[in-house]
Design a protein around this ligand. Sequence first.
Ligand SMILES: N[C@@H](CCC[C@H](N)C(=O)O)C(=O)O
Length: 260
Amino acid sequence: MLHFYKYQGAGNDFILVDNRESAVNHRDEKLLSYLCNRRFGIGADGIMFLQNHAEYDFEMVYYNADGKPSSMCGNGGRCIVAFAKFLGVIETETEFMAVDGPHYAKISAAGDWVSLQMIDVEQVSKDADAYVLNTGSPHYVILANDVKGKDVYTEGYAIRNNDTYRAEGINVNFVEAKGRGYFVRTFERGVEDETYACGTGVTAVALAMAKHNNQTGNLTTPIQVLGGELNIRFNYDGNKFTDVFLEGPALQVFKGEIEC
Ligand SMILES: N[C@@H](CCC[C@H](N)C(=O)O)C(=O)O
């Protein structure tokens, strides 16, 4: 029997397992993809195991919905911080280990709002009109018209599977300006579908748009996604992005147990 918790951060949803006792063998790809399946399992964009770490408050071990280990998940990082607070592992600040290195985060006293520091970013390249950068996971960022009406699955799938990206995969973000910030829809690698939000994705959008618009200094970019609002704060000196923070809601939805 597997005991789990379900969390969501702006509609990017995850199964969370307290694996501090290392009781669960999480290397079974078929089992993890079954648990994430929305018709036959619990349903989620990814699954995470909170584990003990010798030097940090905890370790985040993340798998995409396809059951494969992947690179950093920003919304997953925010949700696991909320889970760590719920378990009593942390109070309102933490440093934890993830696949792309240590992360600092702050969580509200109520435990439902997380500000997560992301990696510094230096390299932003171009693929025709699109920006390509790694914010912990690889992202393709393209400005588009009528993002609301876009066929994100068909267009995202085609870019993720073209000759350049097929082998490693990439997350594809369609962006348009909205209010003081942007509206973004993302096709996610490893889910192989559109998700309601992608944390490393909106981070990539905020950084790419600062470069696109030649904005430097301490910047704040609000981004609307299908599942809500996220906020990205960072510093850009024209060369390197530092002090990058991804901020937004992280909520426990339900808990349960499943035979497996
Ligand atoms: N939803 C995530 C991104 C998770 C990783 C991604 N699917 C990949 O494999 O690159 C986020 O919030 O960052």
